[in-house]
Design a protein around this ligand. Structure first.
Ligand SMILES: Cc1cc2nc3c(=O)[nH]c(=O)nc-3n(C[C@H](O)[C@H](O)[C@H](O)COP(=O)(O)OP(=O)(O)OC[C@H]3O[C@@H](n4cnc5c(N)ncnc54)[C@H](O)[C@@H]3O)c2cc1C
Length: 549
């Protein structure tokens, strides 16, 4: 195929970075780190949306950046979201117009900069009471107006028949009609890995599986670097920087306490879970949005990668965990609420995967529940000079990064340089209507322009075009690509965050694991002991995504 002819000259230009991406591997990143003798301008701790966003912003301004992530990129909350690029209809109801407008603008920029991963989606609010149509119709019109030039599509009130045309599997009993509005949807972990590649292309050095174990300080008590450990080898090292940025999400207070043992905690962690079903539960191309569940939250049922994603909950928890586990009452709540709206009531046995994530909400006084805690982001500078950026949401990562880098650069006395990410394309940029890209590339469309390189792998070795499991669209070439170009280091990295197999169908992911381990072993030089270790580690993690009856 000819990219310039089929998808325009911008798409053809987008494929150029592939030659650069060829060296995005962990060994080369280590070499860059070892060769770096002077202090970094910035060290970013945490490889989720926030940290990688900061690395992109800082590197694109020309600052010298190192980012370290203790596990895999996106292992934290950033792979466990509802996958919506949205302004947050709910915050409108809370009267937080500024927050909604900011997020709607960021939603628009995200679609412009990463059209290969983000697309618009119709959301239908079903109405069962006479007052709901005018009430939600008006609110959603305001939501549409606030987006201004970044609008995604006109909201409107639907008749009963139109509502069912959008959502053929919606319960009809008592249904009066609905209201439709448009928001964005994306694959969170996939966007993140394309962001890692973008930061790398802008000059940042990024390492997964490097844990920050401590912070170093100068004679005045200011943070001037990190002590860290290579999780793969156990080797410890130090790196110095003019400023250290704490982008560890729900773990932010842990790092702050390393700088200042008396620091007042900022984070109130709150867990949210999702259940995944096959596509028969939600037929059609639209999502359902339930604006008021019995616990006062919003519930979504969304078509995602040929499956149905339903969530979420908001459960305050005592402390953050890297691999959070769904609670029984959360599972029951989602099953019960989904059954109120879908003709085919989902049961435990229908759950293909369950996953939990932790919101890094910022503490506020005087609010009764975590559902009411502000979703605004916060940039906090401790007396030690450690900069913490937290709160916010996936959709607003770019704006959070801009604010954070502005403040960090001032603190570190770096030369003033303006933010350039408003129109910076995310790696793989390919501007093609979703339907066209899907027709041309099938499930590989989420790779954007990298799809051509993956196809080349298959052309060279047709065996790599074989599917990994009949229930999922993934092929062997994706495993090779993930290990060779996307810094996948474990079977879990490939099955959970390079492909989304574990999040879509945990049993299928378990069945795929031995083949994935074989392919990764040949690519990364694992011996038999390492292969066995990898498989048992994956089986242990995957057990959290399975629901037992
Ligand atoms: C259930 C749920 C649904 C959501 N849905 C949406 C949505 O639809 N749309 C939206 O816009 N937002 C959504 N959000 C919010 C969004 O997902 C988060 O705001 C965002 O992912 C937070 O990213 P982060 O980088 O701050 O945190 P994380 O992704 O958690 O990243 C922090 C990283 O820091 C690393 N780390 C911690 N300590 C260390 C250390 N010592 N050394 C090195 N690394 C370390 C962790 O391993 C982790 O990977 C949702 C959140 C939840 C929980």
């Amino acid at each position: 195929m000819n990219l310039a002819r089929d998808f325009g000259p911008r798409a053809a230009r987008a494929i150029l970075p592939i030659s650069k991406l060829a060296v995005m591997n962990r060994t080369d990143m280590w070499r860059r780190l070892e060769a770096h003798s002077k202090p970094w301008d910035m060290i970013v701790v945490g490889g989720g949306a926030t940290g990688v966003g900061v690395a992109i912003d800082a590197a694109a301004r020309g600052y010298d950046v190192l980012l370290v992530e203790q596990s895999d990129f996106g292992k934290g909350t950033s792979s466990r979201s509802t996958k919506l690029a949205h302004g947050g209809v709910r915050y409108l109801e809370q009267g937080n117009i500024g927050l909604v407008m900011e997020a709607l603008k960021e939603r628009g920029l995200l679609l412009q900069n990463a059209p290969h991963i983000v697309h618009d989606l119709a959301f239908v609010v079903p109405n069962y009471d006479w007052w709901e149509a005018p009430f939600y119709g008006l609110g959603l019109k305001l939501y549409q107006l606030l987006a201004g030039k970044y609008g995604f599509g006109a909201s409107r009130i639907l008749t009963r028949e139109e509502t069912l045309a959008h959502l053929p599997t919606l319960k009809t009993e008592g249904l009066r009609g609905g209201a439709v509005y448009y928001d964005g949807q994306f694959d969170d972990a996939r966007l993140l890995i394309h962001m890692v590649a973008t930061a790398f292309e802008q000059g940042a050095t990024l390492l997964n599986y490097v844990e920050v174990t401590g912070l170093t300080k100068d004679a005045q008590g200011f943070v001037n670097g990190v002590s860290a450990r290579d999780v793969e080898t156990g080797n410890e090292f130090r790196a110095t920087a003019k400023v250290v940025i704490n982008a560890t999400g729900a773990f932010s207070d842990r790092l702050r306490l390393k700088a200042e043992p008396a620091a007042t905690p900022m984070i109130v962690p709150s867990q949210g879970i999702h259940l995944v079903f096959d596509s028969s539960f939600l037929q059609g191309e639209s999502a359902v949005m339930v604006p008021h569940t019995s616990d006062g939250r919003v519930l979504f049922a969304i078509p995602w990668h040929g499956h149905t994603l339903v969530g979420t909950t908001d459960t305050p928890i005592a402390a953050a965990a890297l691999e959070p586990v769904a609670m029984e009452q959360e599972i029951e709540f989602i099953l019960a609420t989904a059954s109120e709206y879908l003709t085919k009531a989902p049961k435990r046995d229908d759950v293909l995967s369950v996953f939990a994530g932790i919101r890094p909400l910022v503490r506020a006084t005087g609010v009764a529940s975590t559902a009411q805690v502000s979703r605004d982001h916060v940039i906090h500078i401790d007396r030690s000079g450690l900069v913490t950026v937290c709160g916010g949401k996936w959709t607003t990562y770019r704006h959070m990064a801009e604010d954070c880098v502005d403040q960090a650069a001032t603190l570190a006395q770096l030369p003033d340089r303006p933010c350039v990410t408003h129109h910076l394309h995310i790696h793989g940029f390919l501007e093609a209507p979703k339907e066209e890209a899907a027709k041309e590339f099938g499930a590989l469309a989420v790779y954007g322009s990298d799809v051509l390189e993956i196809r080349k792998l298959i052309e060279t070795d047709p065996n790599l075009g074989e599917p990994l499991h009949p229930a999922l669209p993934y092929v062997k070439a994706e495993v090779i690509w993930a290990a060779r170009h996307e810094m996948a280091r474990t079977v879990e990295d490939t099955l959970a965050r390079r492909t989304r197999a574990l999040f879509l169908n945990a049993r299928a992911a378990l069945a795929m694991a031995p083949t994935v381990a074989d392919l990764m072993a040949s690519e990364l030089g694992w011996d038999q002991i390492m292969r066995t270790k990898q498989l048992s580690a994956f089986r242990e993690v995957a057990s959290n995504y399975l629901l037992h009856s």
